[in-house]
Design a protein around this ligand. Structure first.
Ligand code: PLP
Length: 383
């Protein structure tokens, strides 16, 4: 099975390397000569457990995850993590202090906004440390860390989204506090660059943008956060109880096998990670991503009398490049013209309009160069 190499810039689900999908197609039908596909065997079979263990060790290798942290997988997408992370971390805070804690949020775009809305549905006490839209009128900047409100004494964690997929804003720093855990949503930039895992209490990411298919969410958690108040203690403090399939201590104890895990989806992640390692790891991938995004931003800046970019240079995402043409008509013409030369997936998110080129790991330098040439030609012809 094969295909012409796509030049697909969609924000997610996104394209994956063809070689990975070809191996996955084989594994779906007949895994390692078993006569059954990897999605058809029991999730407790040793072949399935190997897939989970291999995927975990590759993540540990690529991200240099220290012993203080644990890796696990959940279903439900990153959206289910909005509440699951809050209820788990508040249960840890309750165990540590005997009190109800608060959740602190930094709002820099659509996804951190949604996470904040979700925990409020649960009646969790919360506070906002910084909200770019309130300060600057739009989501194109991040307030300097020194100017954020300080988290309250009873804050259990500070939550932020490292790369805002819809608004194209990426953090150039990791916020750090002495006594408050940092939680980061890396759904659209995990494994796009090196990170210092030791700085985080929880990192989590839906797999379907940069590293796999929808259906599996990667979690990396500081082991100490798995020590949590029990259900009765939570009831006594009127704190929400986490559904068992999202209860991190239970899932970790069962090696991500408390309930049926989509093993085929994990195998795709396993194959993507294997390719990343073979191709030179995160140093190599980060350099490629920097090259792709800076070349594209350079051409958009060169034609700044035609294209407008809503995000300040310092915070521009290396994964999701957001830009606009002077009119909606020209945007439609851009999309049509791009499609004619087989460049697809460039429409901006429905909530913000404009154009968006997502340059995830699987988007090659060659595809990016084709897009850059088109961006330049389109500006020259339509100015
Ligand atoms: N967080 C970010 C940064 C995202 O880009 C997305 C994308 O869809 C989500 C969360 C929600 O993920 P899911 O659709 O897997 O729930």
């Amino acid at each position: 099975i094969t295909r012409e190499e796509p030049h697909y810039f969609g924000a997610g689900p996104a394209a994956l390397p063809t070689s990975v999908l070809q191996q996955a197609a084989q594994d779906l039908i007949n895994f390692k000569g078993l006569g059954l596909g990897i999605g058809e065997i029991s999730h407790r079979d040793k072949n399935a457990i190997n897939v989970i263990d291999e995927t975990k060790s590759k993540l540990i290798e690529l991200l240099e995850i220290p012993d203080t942290h644990e890796v696990f997988f959940l279903q439900g997408g990153a959206t289910s993590g909005f509440s699951a992370i809050a209820t788990n971390l508040l249960a840890h805070h309750a165990k540590k202090t005997g009190k109800r804690g608060k959740a602190s949020y930094v709002i820099t775009g659509g996804w951190s906004s949604k996470a904040y809305e979700e925990i409020n549905r649960f009646g969790i006490e919360s506070e906002i440390l910084s909200n770019s839209k309130e300060i600057y009128g739009s989501f194109g900047k991040i307030q300097p860390f020194e100017e954020w409100n300080k988290p309250s004494e009873d804050s259990a964690f500070v939550y932020y989204c490292d790369n805002e997929t819809v608004h194209g804003v990426e953090f150039p720093f990791v916020p750090q506090y002495e006594n408050v855990e940092i939680v980061a949503d890396l759904s659209s930039n995990i494994l796009s660059k090196k990170i210092d895992v030791s700085k985080f209490g929880v990192i989590y990411a839906g797999a379907q943008k940069n590293v796999g298919l929808a259906g599996i969410t990667i979690y990396i958690i500081k082991k100490s956060l798995l020590d949590q108040a029990n259900d009765q203690e939570l009831r006594d403090l009127s704190l929400p109880i986490t559904p068992i399939s999202f209860h991190f201590p239970t899932v970790v104890k069962q090696n991500s096998l408390y309930n049926t895990i989509p093993v085929f989806t994990v195998q795709i992640l396993n194959l993507v990670l294997g390719k990343l390692i073979k191709d030179g790891g995160l140093n190599h991938q980060e350099a490629l991503n920097l090259q792709k995004s800076s070349n594209l931003y350079d051409i958009l800046d060169k034609y700044s009398d035609f294209y407008s970019l809503p995000v300040d240079k310092e915070f521009r995402s290396k994964m999701n490049v957001i830009f606009k043409t002077p009119s909606v008509e020209l945007e439609d013409k851009f999309l049509e013209g791009a499609k004619e030369v087989k460049l697809t997936g460039l429409k901006g998110h429905r909530s913000v309009g404009g154009l968006r080129a997502s340059l995830y790991n699987a988007v090659t330098v060659e595809s990016t160069e084709l897009l850059i040439n088109f961006v330049e030609r389109f500006a020259q012809e339509n100015k």
